[in-house]
Design a protein around this ligand. Structure first.
Ligand code: HEM
Length: 539
């Protein structure tokens, strides 16, 4: 037996306790010594060793409230520790200027610190959202934007939103939602999933059909059960992909790869991801074959997938961005990454924002009256007239309602960036590698930029007031080089949905004090909004 082993075995229970106690006290002393002598200290809640401020966040129980309370307590710049990671939170427009500049020299291109989980999922160098490689990101981003800004695509998208909405109206009528209250928030992600599937690949997601069937099993929707089941399986896999990202992003590598529970969870996530990838590849291959059979490109549909497959081929229908950087047709792998991001980025965001819009409009009858007046003027009172993409630009007040809802109740409360070089922000020195949290909610509620910030007032976005809006004070879609590339499509979808709802209906809250219930996941996820969907009486 070695001397060390001998020594260890000779220790009594009390010796071990004292030893651990001493290490513990030394660890804590060192932790707080380093904390109180850190470079560039900012105000913020006192962190605990190992977990940082996570406990305070969990105890507060409401992410948005916690963010706004922190801003009220510490000012527009504060620091938060998530585990050992020090984050700098910014909640004033001038402080995010360097970060959200659209300049190519932007020092804040990267979203988050290096992460082995995202590397394992291949997301650090593929697709758009988490890509850390500028060249690869630029490639995906360019193709994505080129497709989404094609006029033919926007026109087709406007039609598909109406098709999906008409489907939903049919279900509402069958279920008697004009007379009885129902959870609107349960239907919206299904409506946006159905329309996003049509827009993305001219395919029915059937998620509304499957919800309708659960209400009315004796008279199911007119889709074969296997089509509904297959669509359900796909959408479940897609939703699980979002939790896969969260799991891989937040779980330390050692737990993911070395513990039995971590290994089994990782395996389950990877199996789901592989299934999703195989299914998307099959969808792409099938679409390629369909496109081959059509010689005249004017006969092709302009869904996202068709546009991606035909880009840089003789059948290309996209608006060219002639910087000469991508001239080859896209591979299945490239298209797969983009299609999955289109499907996962566009469903929940739009669904949650439309819930908040409908709630705020119902709560403000004067806003509803002006909105309906604009819809009647621009679109006419003949409800059978289809809404055209060109109509949407004329809906100026509707546009202001969307912006004001996005300001007051943003879908994404925060946005992430990392400083790639040393910098100075608002006079504060920032070290390279610093994780920055842009507190969108705090900026959009900051009384330095907005008078009566808690008040819902779409007039802020109309002339002459709109001239006074400060740069970077509105970030519904983020900003700078990484601004949301789906924003134009999102606005097209939202305006069309608002027109479809308020032209024909006068939705009512279930009770006067009904409020939308939501929690902050990766977006503000609305899970309950109880409404009745009454037809509108047009005089
Ligand atoms: C109401 C709807 C939407 C909201 C509120 C929203 C919001 C956002 C925000 C805040 C960002 C971060 C931007 C930044 O870092 O500065 C973002 C990024 C992104 N969004 Fe959206 N979005 C919406 C709809 C969509 C749609 C419909 C799509 C797809 C068609 C989409 C695809 C993306 C992608 C791919 C990114 C990553 C951009 C990058 O890293 O370069 N989003 N979105």
């Amino acid at each position: 037996m070695s001397t060390l082993t001998h020594l260890i075995f000779s220790l009594s229970f009390w010796d071990v306790l004292i030893l651990f106690g001493t290490f513990f006290i030394l660890y804590i002393t060192r932790f707080y010594y380093l904390y109180f002598t850190r470079d560039n200290p900012f105000p913020g809640p006192l962190p605990l060793p190992l977990i940082g401020n996570v406990a305070q966040l969990i105890i507060s129980g409401d992410f948005n409230k916690w963010a706004l309370e922190s801003q009220a307590k510490y000012g527009d710049v504060w620091e938060v520790y998530i585990g050992n990671e020090r984050q700098l939170w910014l909640a004033r427009a001038d402080l995010v200027e360097n970060i959200l500049t659209a300049s190519k020299d932007n020092k804040y291109f990267i979203r988050n610190l290096p992460n082995s989980g995202l590397d394992a999922l291949g997301l650090s160098s593929n697709g758009i959202v988490f890509n850390r490689n500028r060249e690869r990101w630029h490639f995906y981003r360019k193709m994505f934007a080129q497709t989404l800004t094609t006029i033919k695509f926007s026109r087709q998208a406007t039609e598909w939103v109406q098709q999906a909405f008409a489907n939903m109206e049919g279900y509402f009528m069958e279920l008697g939602f004009d007379k009885k209250e129902f959870n609107f928030a349960e239907w919206m992600p299904r409506l946006t999933a159905d329309m996003t599937f049509l827009i993305a690949m001219d395919k029915h997601a059937c998620t509304m059909a499957s919800l309708y069937n659960s209400y009315n099993p004796s008279k199911p929707a007119p889709y074969p059960q296997e089509v509904v089941n297959e669509a359900d399986k796909f959408i479940t896999a897609l939703q699980k992909f979002t939790s896969t990202i969260k799991y891989f992003l937040l779980t330390p590598e050692v737990i993911r790869t070395k513990t039995p529970s971590g290994r089994s969870q990782s395996k389950e996530h990877m199996n789901n991801l592989n299934w999703l990838h195989e299914s998307v590849t099959k969808i792409i291959q099938k679409k390629r074959k369909e496109i081959e059979t059509i010689d005249d490109k004017s006969q092709l549909k302009s869904d996202f997938l068709t546009l991606m497959i035909t880009v840089n081929t003789p059948k290309d229908m996209t608006q060219k961005r002639g910087d000469g950087t991508v001239e080859e047709p896209l591979t299945n792998e490239d298209i797969k990454a983009s299609l999955i991001e289109m499907l996962s980025g566009g469903i929940d965001t739009t669904a949650n924002l439309i819930c908040f819009i409908v709630y705020l409009v119902i709560k403000h009858p004067e806003v509803k009256a002006r909105l309906q007046q604009e819809l009647d003027t621009v679109l006419g009172t003949d409800l059978s007239r289809l809404i055209k993409y060109e109509d949407l630009n004329k809906l100026v007040y509707t546009d202001a309602v969307i912006k004001e809802t996005g300001r007051l109740m943003p879908v994404t409360s925060i946005n992430l960036r990392v400083a790639e070089e040393d910098d100075v922000i608002g006079g504060y020195p920032i070290k390279s590698g610093q994780q920055i949290v842009i507190c969108t909610l705090g900026i959009q509620h900051n009384s330095k930029h907005w008078s009566n910030p808690k008040e819902f007032n779409p007039d802020r976005f109309l002339e002459p007031n709109s001239h006074k809006i400060e740069r970077y004070s509105l970030e519904i879609f983020g900003g700078g080089v990484r601004i949301c590339p789906g924003r134009q499509l999102a606005m097209t979808e939202l305006k069309t949905m608002i027109a479809l709802i308020f032209r024909k209906y006068d939705p009512e809250l279930a009770t006067p004090d009904t409020v939308p219930k939501y929690t902050y996941e990766s977006v503000n996820q609305c899970y309950e909004l109880m409404l009745r969907f009454k037809p509108r009486k047009i005089e």
